[in-house]
Design a protein around this ligand. Structure first.
Ligand code: SF4
Length: 91
């Protein structure tokens, strides 16, 4: 159903005929850590995340998994290269 609170017109699974079912009855604004992310959108004078209703929660246990403004180096890539080198040595 389409949002009728802060993100007017956006399809949202929390929206029902009785109103927004999200905790607090509306999406929450972004925290400072989100600044620079491409998923931020302004609704009125406030900034919101288009992916999550409460962006602060996404930063509680580390970096947000959908953040576009941070790059995480994967250690597994280095491990994959080493495995490939070991295979070549065996041949
Ligand atoms: S995707 Fe993550 S980092 Fe980007 S605005 Fe949403 S919560 Fe913030």
């Amino acid at each position: 159903m389409q949002c009728a609170t802060v993100k007017s017109g956006v399809e949202c699974s929390f929206m029902a005929k009785s109103g927004c079912g999200f905790l607090g009855g509306a999406c929450r604004t972004i925290p400072d850590k989100c600044e620079g992310c491409d998923r931020i959108k302004n609704y009125g004078e406030q900034k919101y995340c288009i992916a999550f209703p409460d962006p602060t929660v996404r930063w509680r246990i580390g970096n947000c998994s959908l953040a576009t403004h941070i790059k995480v180096e994967s250690k597994s890539d280095a491990a994959k290269v080493r495995v490939g080198q070991q295979k070549q040595k065996k041949k």
